[in-house]
Design a protein around this ligand. Sequence first.
Ligand SMILES: [Zn+2]
Length: 216
Amino acid sequence: MLGCPCAWCVLGFIGIICLPLSTDPVWVSCNVGVFVCLVCSGVHRIPSIGRVKSTQLDYVEHDLIEFMRSHGNLRAKDEYEACVPPFYYRPTEKDCMVLKEQWIRAKYERKEFTGEKDCVYSVEYKEGFLWKKGRDNGQFQKRLFVYSENEGVLKYYTGDKRSGPKGKFPIQTLNAMFQGGNIEHQHGLEVTCVQDARTRSIYVYHDDGQVLRFLD
Ligand SMILES: [Zn+2]
């Protein structure tokens, strides 16, 4: 396991302090109380999640050691992954950074799986703007997207709502993948659906990785 430290933080295996230090730097997320690898530490230092310290480069004060003793990855896993929906994809150390960031944000920033708030996956209606790649010219344009469970569709508009949606995707066959296909954007998403027995893909992104949550 020392060879793939990301598995510790992504999956939350290690629950103790005094890790044998591998050649990879081991970082501590001070607010959550978990050990993370260098890659994941970049997400854990987002202010809304907390701050990080290197166990090799930084002075680790006694209080933090005690905090880590009473928390740790195993306890964090119990708390922050109490009710992960069975269909939610858990990234592994081999997955891309975007996928890991979304997982870490969902777990620690939005606390989606602690069971304390209503499941965000039961969202019935949502609308917002995403940048969508044009089918013909490949240029990204800002489009209004509406997700409606009542209608059973995800639809988008190129102009005024009153003139009707430009595209509709049945929710039942909807699938979304981060960084799928050829989107050269950090928070890019490939959305596919099956329509008339054919698979259709659209490519979207948003500047804020959080916003794409509802399509995940
Ligand atoms: Zn990691």
